[in-house]
Design a protein. Structure first.
Length: 168
């Protein structure tokens, strides 16, 4: 790998109506981030080599949508530029929320697809709906790649790596 793996731009949501390809999490569920490496001769190769899956136990987390401690709420607002639901700019009032839900039910607004690009669309190479046998390494031992049967090539969606969080 020539570049580091970064989750800096990953956006999480609890909205199942999200049209932007954000990662959808359910509140009060435990998640374990995983990294899947697929060996391929070229970016859009039709033939894959080995597949390896790595997980790091220290990255497990439980998603929440409400905080009992106001100091934690303030910390989230200060540290997370995407924490819109907690900001005091009117986006959290019931009327605004209901209007957003109605807009989402109608479908994406014109131009929304161009704003996010084809690389951010759901259904990438690690999408759990694609099926296939992806094995993971033993978390108690040092991560070592495991070979798996060659899988079909992913749809080419650009040069950026896509990361997905999988429910354990």
């Amino acid at each position: 790998m020539r570049q580091p793996v970064s989750f800096h731009r990953v956006k999480l949501t609890n909205s199942t109506l999200d049209p932007h390809g954000h990662l959808i999490l359910h509140s009060m569920h435990k998640y374990q981030p995983r990294i899947h490496l697929v060996r391929a001769a070229q970016l859009c190769s039709q033939h894959w080599g080995g597949v390896a899956s790595f997980r790091f136990p220290e990255t497990a987390f439980i998603s929440v949508t409400a905080y009992q401690n106001p100091r934690i709420t303030q910390l989230k607002i200060a540290a997370n530029p995407f924490a819109k639901g907690f900001r005091e700019n009117g986006r959290n009032c019931k009327r605004e929320r209901d209007a957003r839900v109605k807009r989402k039910l109608r479908g994406p607004e014109p131009g929304a697809a161009e704003a996010y690009g084809s690389g951010d669309a759901p259904g990438g190479p690690c999408d759990s709906t694609l099926g296939g046998d992806v094995r993971e390494s033993d978390p108690e031992q040092a991560p070592a790649p495991r070979e798996a049967a060659p899988a079909p090539a992913p749809p080419c969606s650009g040069s950026s790596a896509e990361a997905y969080l999988l429910h354990p």
